[in-house]
Design a protein around this ligand. Structure first.
Ligand code: PGA
Length: 263
């Protein structure tokens, strides 16, 4: 964890929950979550639930993220929602999640354009990067991370990069029940920061917030957040369970207390 920075916990609900189920989950989470000055909690519900949930959340406890949007601001793109339509609704947006890259053929230039469109509309991108099982087996992990990071950042200024978030999500560990090993996470996080430093300098590389995501459960929180340079977590499956997600928040708080970072 970075000292003097809030730990970022993002709940990626993916394509789950009707609007009323999402609203019930917010209600349950709100009951179980205290306001922590040292933790920033971000919910990423479906596009449809964003508007009603924005009216429901206690803004001292939660912020909102979109899971995706389209990179053009308006026009003849039937079925799409643009970042400009989301600008007053969400603080963050995920971009380039592996499920979008795999199931919806989002390639490197499209992810780059989406990152740029988010920034243009005042929304902080949470860029998701990570290698597949085959890529890791072939020893291509670094090449994949390099290509994903360098293309996605290529149209941004140093300041814009410093303010964004990059999530390392090894595709092979998503939904697997077993997160990547601490040394694998550390190696990837260090490598991504090294790439950012190469492009934008050490200060930006130090400032950009980095998350780990894939099979995060309450029992893994302390181990992962203790790693140098891991500033938060992107949580999928476990974030749909209010008990588990509240436990993840509490485990984060306990770690901060034990490190003396909590104030
Ligand atoms: P998971 O998903 O926590 O269910 O593995 C993480 C993600 O895809 O963001």
């Amino acid at each position: 964890m970075h000292k003097n920075q809030r730990t970022l916990l993002v709940a990626n609900w993916k394509m789950n929950l009707t609007v009323s189920q999402a609203s019930l989950l917010v209600h349950r989470l709100q009951e179980r979550t205290r306001i922590h000055r040292t933790i920033e909690i971000v919910l990423a519900p479906s596009m449809l639930a964003l508007q009603p949930i924005s009216l429901q959340i206690d803004r001292r406890k939660f912020r909102l993220a979109a899971q995706n949007a389209y990179h053009k601001d308006e026009g003849a793109f039937t079925g799409e929602v643009s970042f400009s339509m989301l600008r007053d609704l969400v603080h963050y947006t995920m971009v380039g999640h592996s499920e979008r890259r795999i199931h919806f053929n989002e390639d490197l230039p499209m992810v780059r354009d989406k990152v740029q469109a988010a920034v243009r509309n005042g929304i902080v991108p949470i860029l998701c990067v990570g290698e597949t099982k085959e890529e890791r087996k072939e020893d291509f992990t670094k090449r994949v991370l390099h290509d994903q990071v360098t293309t996605a950042l290529s149209n941004l200024t140093a300041r814009e990069v410093a303010e964004m978030v990059i999530a390392y999500e090894p595709v092979w560990a998503i939904g697997a029940g077993d997160p990547a090993k601490p040394n694998q996470i550390q190696e990837a996080i260090d490598y991504i920061r090294y790439q950012v430093a190469h492009l934008y300098g050490d200060k930006v590389a130090h400032e950009v917030r980095m998350l780990y995501g894939a099979s995060v459960e309450p029992e893994y929180v302390g181990g992962i957040l203790s790693l140098a340079g891991v500033d938060g977590l992107l949580v999928g499956g476990a974030s749909l369970n209010p008990y588990k997600f509240a436990d993840i928040i509490e485990a984060t708080h306990r770690l901060q207390v034990s490190l003396g970072d909590e104030s």
